[in-house]
Design a protein around this ligand. Structure first.
Ligand SMILES: C=CC1=C(C)/C(=C/C2=NC(=C\c3[nH]c(/C=C4\NC(=O)C(C)=C4C=C)c(C)c3CCC(=O)O)/C(CCC(=O)O)=C2C)NC1=O
Length: 189
């Protein structure tokens, strides 16, 4: 399952990275960093709502511990110095109507934690304000646990013994998650 996902989404993954890396590198003021966090929140929040409604309860450690939208809001408020209204959210979200599609979207969200260390370094270098170390909880991902959490996610994915049709839905949902994030990022960055 993981190999099929990697192959089918490699190009879309690269496309999205190429769209977001310049935005990350330009986050050199509190305002620009807030816009970057708002961009992620606007996509992750609605997506996580759909995932929570459809993911199987056998998911390891539960889905709650892997939610990221709350951290995005916290980081926004820390760097702003006071609470801001929740950001505008994306309405063009991939179709998530079952566990297979929820897992496909989770592949993209969980994979994004793997780039976090590099992103934290870039942001700390470009945004040297004292508050920044308290405002990186989203990009810090699971910290020291990131690799272990990723491995356990991949392990669970490998145990997904769905029908060919369900596997197709899983891969297509992952591809759509990359595609629609890019559309959202291009329109809002
Ligand atoms: C935002 C910048 C951004 C950067 C610059 C970035 C960097 C990396 N992403 C990696 C892996 C993955 N990334 C994704 C999903 C997204 N990648 C993206 O760029 C965006 C935006 C995604 C999802 C939102 C996924 C599904 C995988 C697993 C691929 C697999 O193994 O199956 C690794 C590899 C780490 C290693 O293997 O040691 C690095 C360095 N990640 C970011 O979010």
């Amino acid at each position: 399952m993981i190999e099929q996902l990697r192959e089918s989404t490699a190009e879309l993954h690269q496309d999205l990275e190429r769209t977001l890396i310049p935005v990350i590198k330009q986050a050199n003021s509190p305002e620009a960093y807030i816009r970057l966090l708002q961009l992620f929140y606007g996509y992750y929040y609605p997506l996580e709502q759909y995932i929570a409604a459809h993911i199987d309860t056998s998911f390891p450690g539960g889905f709650e511990g892997r939610r990221k939208a709350t951290q995005l809001l916290q980081d926004i408020n820390v760097i702003n110095g006071s609470p801001l209204d929740p950001p505008v959210t994306c309405t063009n979200i991939p179709e998530i109507n079952d566990n297979a599609q929820a897992l496909g979207a989770m592949y993209v969200l969980e994979g994004s934690t793997l780039g976090g260390q590099v992103i934290c370094q870039i942001i700390q270098r470009n945004l040297p304000v004292p508050e920044i170390s308290q405002a990186l909880s989203f990009f810090n991902g699971y910290g020291e646990e990131t690799r272990a959490k990723w491995d356990s996610f991949v392990h669970y994915l490998e145990g997904f013994h769905g029908t060919e049709e369900q596997k197709k839905r899983l891969v297509e949902a992952a591809a759509d998650t990359f595609r629609q994030f890019k559309v959202w990022a291009q329109a809002n960055a």
